[in-house]
Design a protein around this ligand. Structure first.
Ligand code: FES
Length: 176
């Protein structure tokens, strides 16, 4: 099977972000190169590269977006389209701990609304907000694929399932 790299010609950049592209250490650049080498079409590496840029910069900020557009030979708008589709890609700064509460059907009928209310009350923020100390961000997201153990939330990369107020106290108190 052919592994020839296919480069799509760079498209014009109708959007001027007014920033310089982000720069990364040689180690991070090497990691990015390794991902790019896996795909015959550059743009196919968009998600792994987004995760790296987000990890390095905390969120997908305008310099990070411009870097991705340049590396993937895409338009800034192409990067934004993907970034704003996935709830795991952040286009605004988020807290150290990101709580994403599933609000889809199974979780909803098993009390997701009450879970959101409880977390909101405990942290003093509404969904979409971050605590003043930058520690917690609360979000509501669609199905996280753990419907059999509803209600649930994702805390950074970990799932917490069959949630109750007591369980939430335990989880959050461990982080304090
Ligand atoms: S409905 Fe909540 S994980 Fe699927």
């Amino acid at each position: 099977m052919s592994t020839q790299i296919v480069n799509i010609q760079p498209l014009s950049q109708p959007v001027n972000l007014g920033v310089e592209p982000a720069t990364f250490s040689p180690q991070v650049e090497a990691e990015i190169d390794r991902h790019l080498a896996k795909y015959p079409v550059l743009r196919s590496a968009i998600l792994p590269l987004m995760f790296i840029v987000q990890r390095e910069r905390g969120y997908l900020d305008p310099p990070g977006v411009l870097y991705l557009a340049n590396r993937l030979m895409l338009r800034v708008t192409d990067i934004w389209e993907v970034a704003t589709f996935y709830s795991m890609i952040h286009t605004q700064p988020i807290g150290k701990y990101h709580i994403q509460i599933c609000r889809t059907l199974s979780c909803k009928i098993r009390g997701a609304g009450k879970i959101t209310e409880y977390c909101s009350q405990k942290l003093g923020i509404k969904p979409g907000e971050t605590t003043a100390d930058g520690r917690f961000t609360l979000s509501e997201v669609e199905c996280l694929g753990s419907c059999g153990t509803a209600p649930m939330f994702q805390l950074n990369f970990d799932y917490h399932e069959n949630l109750t107020p007591e369980k939430i106290d335990q989880i959050l108190d461990q982080l304090s």
